[in-house]
Design a protein around this ligand. Structure first.
Ligand SMILES: Cc1ncc(COP(=O)(O)O)c(C=O)c1O
Length: 447
């Protein structure tokens, strides 16, 4: 493969003096969960990050095309975020909601101001799985119903309730966890019954939500949960109108609608701050994680005062949720997104990259579909464009090739057939062109 120069950077990584990658791998094999997986044949060890770039222990630099895992929203070690964390770390690291604390209150006010409608009450937790668990609880308490409709090809977390609404066999352990959960057909235009050429696809896919409610539930449901663009599922963008119609069916059956914004929030989709806004809906409950903290363990549930009131039936407590340090970080992340116009950058560079991906699709037969919004872009591989047989090996090879060329990418989809590009939103046009050149070379060398 021909090498492609990364755009220049002024950042110089510190010399690395820690244990070797071999040693870390051996320790991990002995002392960490054997169910963990590694991305590359030769595991990569990241030891430093600055904005959109990361370095391995040898000093090799990479463009972080996956942003952690769609988590580093404003840039690795962004100076404004680091300064906010450092200030708070030196003042008070820990306090809980049993005392008053300024950071959590000021942060909740700022986060709520970003939400439309009556979505004004925030509840802070530590992970996306926890946020979804709490959202499901609130929906069930509020409606008095139990059944939930989720989507096939969804990912909502690795705890028991997250697993229940997730619909990829890859992530579901063989234990009882999905009682009362029903998975509707994924509104997946590339692979589903209604394709990109069907202007009414959104409404038609949503009919399955209605059908599930009518056939598989008591006719009343607690709610519906969906990612605004399916993340782990391979950046599947729903046809226009899908959520609007699905929400109508769910609300008619007494349920509330949860938008899982764990990957799509904070301006990543470019046109809107929240992914659900791209579908023209306002959910009843929104769950947030990943990009909210730019890598810090921060997550949230935002809902209306009316729904939140059900939580006062009992005491509900979370030791670390919204602690002073992560609240300072979350606040700083919002400030950076605003000051540096990162949503507009996502829109501009996302459009530029998508146009480039269309050209790559025309050139490389292994690409079956390119799609996405803003800086959340997917490239789905197939062995054959007519049969759409998933190109799992082709995708894996392209990702390996790109790593050699200095680009880290994600994989998604049930078969691992889709490249996911979701970098920190601070990337430049130079990075975007680097990405396109590397993809051309990496995909050209597949097979
Ligand atoms: C859409 C979505 N929801 C929820 C989660 C779970 O978040 P966490 O891993 O922080 O528990 C993820 C994680 O990948 C996700 O992508």
């Amino acid at each position: 493969m021909k090498s492609i120069p990364l755009p220049p950077t002024t950042h110089r990584p510190q010399p690395y003096s820690g244990p070797s990658a071999e040693k870390v791998l051996a320790l991990r094999r002995e002392f960490l969960n054997p169910g963990l997986f590694l991305y590359y044949k030769k595991p990569i060890m990241i030891v430093e990050g600055k904005m959109q770039y990361v370095w391995d222990e040898t000093g090799k630099r990479y463009l972080d095309g996956l942003g952690g895992i769609v988590t580093v929203s404003v840039g690795h070690c962004h100076p404004h975020v680091v300064a906010a964390a450092n200030r708070q770390n030196e003042t008070l690291q820990h306090s809980t909601t049993i005392y008053l604390q300024p950071n959590i209150a000021l942060y909740a006010e700022k986060l709520a101001a970003k939400m439309p409608g009556d979505l004004k009450v925030c509840y802070f937790v530590n992970s996306g799985s926890e946020a979804n668990d709490l959202a499901l609880l609130m929906a069930r308490l509020y409606t008095g119903n139990y059944d939930f409709v989720a989507l096939r090809n969804a990912y909502h977390g690795g705890n028991a309730s997250g697993m229940s609404v997730t619909a990829h066999s890859t992530w579901k352990f063989n234990t009882p966890h999905s009682f009362g959960v029903h998975h509707a057909i994924a509104p997946y235009p590339y692979r589903g019954h209604f394709g990109y050429d069907d202007p009414d696809a959104g409404r038609k896919y949503a009919e399955d939500v209605k059908s599930l409610i009518d056939y598989a539930t008591p006719g009343k449901v607690a709610g519906f949960i969906a990612e605004s663009i399916q993340g782990v599922g391979g950046f599947v963008v729903f046809p226009d109108g899908y959520l609007k119609h699905a929400y109508e069916h769910v609300r008619a059956a007494g349920g509330v609608c949860i938008a899982d914004e764990v990957q799509t929030g904070f301006g990543r989709t470019g046109t809107h701050f929240w992914g659900f806004e791209t579908q023209g809906v306002i959910p009843d409950i929104v769950t947030l994680a990943k990009g909210i903290g730019n890598g810090a363990p921060l997550a949230a549930v935002v809902t209306t005062a009316k729904i939140a009131a059900v939580m006062s039936q009992k005491v509900h407590f979370n030791t670390f949720g919204g602690n002073p340090v992560v609240s300072a970080i979350g606040h700083a992340v919002l400030e950076v997104i605003e000051r540096e116009n990162l949503q507009a950058n996502s829109l501009k560079l996302g459009a530029h990259i998508l146009a480039g991906l269309e050209k790559l699709k025309a050139k490389h037969k292994v690409i079956g579909d390119v799609r996405g919004k803003g800086l959340m872009l997917g490239i789905e591989f197939v062995k054959d464009r007519a049969t759409k047989q998933p190109g799992k090996e082709e995708c894996a090879q392209a990702v390996e090739n790109a790593r050699e060329l200095g680009l880290l990418l994600g994989k998604g989809g049930l078969w691992g057939q889709t490249i996911r590009f979701a970098p920190p939103m601070c990337i430049t046009e130079g990075d975007a062109n680097f990405l396109l050149d590397v993809l051309d070379e990496a995909i050209g060398n597949v097979g």
